[in-house]
Design a protein around this ligand. Structure first.
Ligand SMILES: [Zn+2]
Length: 344
């Protein structure tokens, strides 16, 4: 029995020490160390519990119960203090990363389409509503589709290197979207009406109204009874739709692939028609070359000019955007300067 008493005293002593040690721990680390010291694998209490097998049955009962009780209490103290520390840690964390719901949020910038893309889509929608189909053609063309099939003979000045970029392999970056006209007529049998938006390239001195790369929207309408008045009506309606009420005029012009050929001019928005540097003092800006499809072009494409007639136009698209938004220099549209582009 002495032996038993001694052990019970020992357990009480361990408990007191453990209690003191756990309660004086300054942080989670110290707490863990002291907890392990008493109840870990080689802890003092563990050792006693381990040796329990050496005692008599009666002793086992008493010592076992006592040491279990102490172990549970130590665990209880440990868990309570642990929660205390974690709570403090959490508070520290929350204080550091506190969410202040009153701070104004980050401004998410709204994006929008480039003005050329936006107006191009607007125009495509408008033509679709009049029954036009949208078609595309290659930007790098053969001279056949870019010139010959459009009735531009080999000695025509437009084929001069001053206007056209020639590639080493003999192909050309198309100088107009009119090349798509020929490709369309080869593929489709009339009647049909199509538009072909796309980029074109010319060897051009760059200024406020001329670029070496620009956007054009080709239009082609082929049917049995198409007349010049249809062309005028549709183009005037197009200008009204894209630019609102603007003064327009048609004047005769020469293009080898149309007969008769016309130019549709729009009154200069920058000077109100009085004449300025941008309109080269004419008061007008040339926007849509157009005309009735030349019989030779029909012949090249295998369409009988006796049976069918048609009109075609090549809208200078960048100029439409320029007039729509009163941009006085086409180059601004391609500079990628957000101060300018954000205004649209
Ligand atoms: Zn002007």
């Amino acid at each position: 029995m002495d032996n038993k008493l001694e052990i019970i005293n020992e357990i009480d002593k361990i408990f007191e020490e453990a209690q003191k040690s756990l309660n004086s721990a300054k942080d989670l680390n110290e707490l863990d160390i002291s907890f392990r010291f008493f109840t870990g694998k080689k802890g003092r209490l563990t050792e006693i519990m381990h040796n329990i097998r050496l005692y008599s049955t009666e002793e086992k009962k008493i010592v076992g119960a006592k040491s279990n009780e102490v172990k549970n209490t130590i665990e209880f103290i440990y868990n309570a203090r642990k929660n205390e520390f974690s709570g403090a840690e959490q508070k520290k964390f929350l204080n550091r990363y506190r969410v202040d719901l009153t701070i104004p949020g980050n401004y998410i910038e709204r994006h929008h389409k480039h003005p050329i893309t936006a107006v191009l889509e607007e125009a495509s929608d408008f033509f679709s509503s009049m029954g036009f189909e949208i078609v595309e053609g290659p930007e790098i063309e053969t001279t056949y589709y870019n010139f010959d099939a459009l009735n531009i003979p080999a000695d025509h000045p437009a084929r001069d290197v001053w206007d056209t970029f020639y590639l080493l392999n003999g192909l050309v970056p198309r100088t107009h979207t009119s090349s798509v006209q020929v490709r369309t007529m080869e593929k489709k049998s009339p009647p049909f009406r199509v538009i072909a938006p796309g980029r074109c390239y010319r060897y051009e001195a760059v200024d406020a109204t001329h670029l070496f790369m620009f956007n054009q929207m080709e239009g082609l309408f082929v049917d049995k009874n198409v007349r010049l008045t249809d062309l005028k009506g549709i183009l005037e309606e197009t200008v009204k739709n894209l630019l609102g009420a603007r003064k327009t005029r048609f004047r005769p012009a020469f293009y080898p692939f149309v007969e008769p050929g016309l130019d549709l001019d729009i009154e200069c928005v920058f000077c109100g028609g009085r004449g300025c540097g941008i309109c080269k003092n004419t008061g007008w800006i040339e926007v849509i070359p157009c005309g009735m499809v030349h019989p030779n072009v029909f012949k090249y494409a295998g369409i009988d000019p006796q049976e069918y007639r048609g009109f075609a136009f090549g809208m200078g698209f960048d100029r439409i955007v320029m007039l729509k938004y009163s941009i006085n220099d086409l180059r601004l549209l391609y500079h990628g300067n957000l101060d300018i582009l954000n205004q649209f």
